[in-house]
Write a protein of this length. Sequence first.
Length: 276
Amino acid sequence: MGSDETSIPLLKRIGRRVGRRIGEELSMPPRHCKEQYRHELKYLISYGQKADLNVRLAPLLDHDSHARDGSYTIRSLYFDDYWNTAYQEKVDGVLTRKKYRIRIYDYSDRVIKLERKRKSDSWIYKEDAPFTHEQFDRILAGDVGFMEHSEHQLCREFYVEYVSNVLRPRVIVDYEREPWILDAGTVRVTFDMDVRAAVDGFDIFDRTLPTLPVLEPGKLVMEVKFTEFLPQIVRDILPGKAQEITAASKYVLCYDKASYLRGFDYWQEGWNVPSV
């Protein structure tokens, strides 16, 4: 195989294009939008870099009060339609896209949220609606009729997509998150560690599901989210231009990792597991 760009794994090519395009510049938010969009930057870093960043962040940011002992577990069940649109648009680098997921924290049913994450270039907008454990069980069983007349618009729109576009569960994504916040949450820095795909089921409350790691050893994902601007004091301590800015999606990575469940052969000669 030659040394041209076609030999570079697709996710790395996307990441490099995003890195070249963004650099330290920020794109404009979508025009004519009423929603509060936030800017999002992602970095693939080592645990050594994280330790250095923690020292630098400590005088400037606070730990999120929701994180007991400094971190918590996030588990999300992602949905996609008949054509795997959310997956394919991410891989193809489509700038405006959306995806649905049901999310819990620390394997508990105290907070269950249906979420829709919409993205326009590097700007994100998240909506959510509360769920009960019983409602989640009904969705897992394919009983979504109760959502048709829900008081929450997001639930009604999920119902329409479930019925018309055959929206179905695809993969469970797990990771440990260490969150830092500044200025009442307008700036948020998170370290997502031990990112893994849970396999052999879609029950997010089943702690016994086997999991498969999706990042290369010693790596984690750092995300920086902010609204209108990123304060210079925070920008100065972030990984520089030389660091990899990754466009990799946890959903895409976990979906690919679990592809063998759908009959794909990871051991096929000449086929590489996508990595960030």
